[in-house]
Design a protein around this ligand. Structure first.
Ligand code: ZN
Length: 461
C-alpha cells in the first residue's frame, strides 16, 4: 500500500514539474547576462549544461528544480556571461610584446616587426607565443579568438591544447615569410589546413590574405575561391590607415573596400579588420555583402590610425565585433574588457555624444554581435539552450565591483579581465578560480623570458 502511494505521489510530482533531468554541470551566479534576443539579465540565475551544449538558462531555483547535475559551481558573488569573442588578433606576437612602441603602423611594421619576425619566427616560437596568447585570453574571459599569423597549423594545435575556440588563418602575403616563400605556397598550405581542421569542434579554419596592399589581385581572387570551396571565412585587414586609402585612390581611383568588391573578395563569409577609413559608400558595400567588421579601438588609438565610424555601422545594423589586434606594439595586450570600455568611450568622445556607443552595445560587440561578425551566431555569443557551452564567471566582490546597480554597465566600465574567475569552452572547464586548467602557466612564462633574451639579441645583429 505504502509503495503504491509513494509511486503515485512521485508520478504526480513528475507531471507537475519534470524534475531531475540529467545535466553534467550547473553554474549559478548572482547575475546571468544572457545576451539572448530579449537581452535578459537574470538575478540569481543559473545555466545547465550537458556535453558541449547549454541545456537551459533561467532563475537558479527553477534550474535546480528541473536538473540534477553531476557537478556544480555556485558563485553568489559573480556575474555569469557568455565567453567573450575576439574577432581579430595575432596571438603568437605576444612574444614581441613591447618590442617597439609609439610609432606609426608603417614604421612599426617595416622597421621592427618584419625584421624581428624574419629572424625569430619558427614553429617553436609560434607554439609558445600562441600558448602565451591563449593563456592571457582565457584568463581574461575570451573563449573564441580570430587569428592570422604564420605556422597557423601550430597555432591550431596550441589553441586545441588550451581548449579554446579559434577562427584561424595562415597569413597570405606578397613577400617571403618564415614558412611560405610565395603566396602560391601559402595557398597550398591553407588548403591542407582547411582539410585538416574540417569539422573540428574547436577550430574554424579560415583563409587569411593579409590585406589588399600586400597581395596581388590574383592572390586575393584565389583566396576567395579557396574559402568558398570549403565554406570557410576569409579574414583580411581593411582600410586600417589613411595611407592605405590614399595609395589605392592614387592607383585605381577607388577605396580598398570598392576594389575588393570589384575583385569579388566579399562574395562569401568575410571578416574585415579595422575598417577605420570607410566611407558611407564603403559601409553600404560591407553591409550588402554581410561582411563582419573587427573594430580594434586600442590599436587604432595607439597607432593613431583614426576612429572607425562604429556608431554609424551599428546604426546600419552591421556585424561589428571587437579585437585587440596585436599584442606586440599595437595594443599591447589581449584584453577584451579593455576593448569594450574603449570602444564606447572612443565613439563618445569623438562624436561629443555620451550616448554614441552605450555599454549595452559594447557588450554586444564582444559577444553576440562579434559572433555574427564571424558567422557563428547560431553556435556562440549568448547563453541560450542549444548553443555551445562557452561561458565565464566574473567576480564582483571587489572594491571596483561594488556597489552594483547594473550588471551590463559594470562589465563594460568597471570590471577588469583579471576579475574573470572561471571559464568553460565547449562544455569543458578551462579556467577555475583564476588558474588555467589546460596550460602550464609557469612553463609559458619561463619560455617568454627566454624568448625575450633571444629576440633582443637578434635585433642587435
Ligand atoms: Zn591585425
Amino acid at each position: 500500500m505504502y509503495r503504491i502511494c509513494s509511486f503515485f505521489l512521485l508520478a504526480l510530482a513528475a507531471a507537475a514539474q519534470p524534475a531531475n533531468q540529467p545535466a553534467d554541470v550547473i553554474w549559478s551566479g548572482r547575475y546571468v547576462i544572457t545576451m539572448d534576443a530579449q537581452r535578459r539579465v537574470i538575478e540569481n540565475g543559473a545555466v545547465a549544461i550537458r556535453g558541449d551544449r547549454i541545456l537551459a538558462v533561467g532563475p537558479k531555483a527553477e534550474i535546480d528544480a528541473r536538473y540534477q547535475a553531476k557537478q556544480r559551481l555556485d558563485r553568489p558573488e559573480a556575474i555569469i556571461a557568455p565567453g567573450l569573442i575576439n574577432t581579430h588578433t595575432h596571438a603568437a606576437m605576444s612574444l614581441f610584446r613591447g618590442i617597439a612602441d609609439d610609432l606609426t603602423l608603417q614604421d612599426w611594421l617595416t622597421k621592427f616587426i618584419f625584421p624581428a619576425e624574419a629572424k625569430n619566427v619558427t614553429p617553436d616560437f609560434v607554439r609558445w607565443g600562441t600558448r602565451l596568447g591563449c593563456l592571457e585570453m582565457l584568463l581574461s574571459g575570451t573563449t573564441t579568438y580570430t587569428d592570422m599569423y604564420y605556422f597557423e597549423d601550430v597555432v591550431a594545435e596550441a589553441t586545441k591544447e588550451a581548449g579554446m575556440r579559434g577562427v584561424l588563418g595562415e597569413t597570405i602575403i606578397g613577400f617571403p615569410v618564415a614558412d611560405n616563400k610565395t603566396p602560391a605556397d601559402a595557398l597550398v598550405f591553407t588548403e591542407k589546413f582547411l582539410k585538416r581542421f574540417q569539422n573540428d569542434p574547436l577550430i574554424v579554419a579560415a583563409v587569411a590574405p593579409h590585406a589588399l596592399y600586400t597581395n596581388s589581385d590574383e592572390t586575393l581572387k584565389a583566396s576567395r575561391a579557396l574559402a568558398n570551396k570549403y565554406q570557410a571565412p576569409l579574414v583580411i585587414h581593411l582600410s586600417e590607415t589613411k595611407k592605405e586609402n590614399d595609395d589605392e585612390q592614387a592607383k585605381r581611383h577607388a577605396s580598398p573596400t570598392k576594389t575588393l568588391d570589384d575583385l569579388g573578395v566579399w562574395n562569401g563569409r568575410s571578416v574585415a579588420a579595422h575598417g577605420v577609413w570607410v566611407s558611407e559608400a564603403d559601409m553600404a558595400i560591407l553591409k550588402a555583402r554581410g561582411v563582419g567588421v573587427a573594430h580594434c579601438p586600442s590599436s587604432n588609438m595607439k597607432l593613431a590610425s583614426g576612429v572607425a565610424p562604429v556608431t554609424r555601422m551599428l546604426a546600419l545594423d552591421m556585424k561589428v565585433g571587437l579585437g585587440p589586434d596585436g599584442p606586440a606594439g599595437s595594443n599591447n595586450d589581449l584584453n577584451l574588457f579593455e576593448e569594450m570600455d574603449l570602444a564606447a568611450k572612443l565613439q563618445n568622445v569623438t562624436t561629443m555624444n555620451p550616448q554614441a556607443l552605450p555599454a549595452s552595445q559594447a557588450l554586444e560587440m564582444a559577444t553576440i554581435r562579434g559572433a555574427r561578425a564571424l558567422g557563428m551566431e547560431k553556435e556562440i555569443g549568448s547563453l541560450e539552450a542549444g548553443k555551445r557551452a562557452d561561458l565565464i564567471t566574473v567576480r564582483i566582490d571587489s572594491a571596483h565591483g561594488q556597489p552594483l546597480y547594473d550588471a551590463v554597465s559594470q562589465m563594460v566600465y568597471a570590471l577588469k579581465g583579471s576579475d574573470v574567475r572561471d571559464v568553460m569552452v565547449n562544455g569543458k572547464p578551462v579556467v577555475r578560480d583564476g588558474k588555467s586548467l589546460t596550460l602550464n602557466e609557469q612553463a609559458i612564462l619561463q619560455k617568454a623570458a627566454e624568448y625575450r633574451a633571444k629576440v633582443s639579441a637578434s635585433l642587435k645583429n
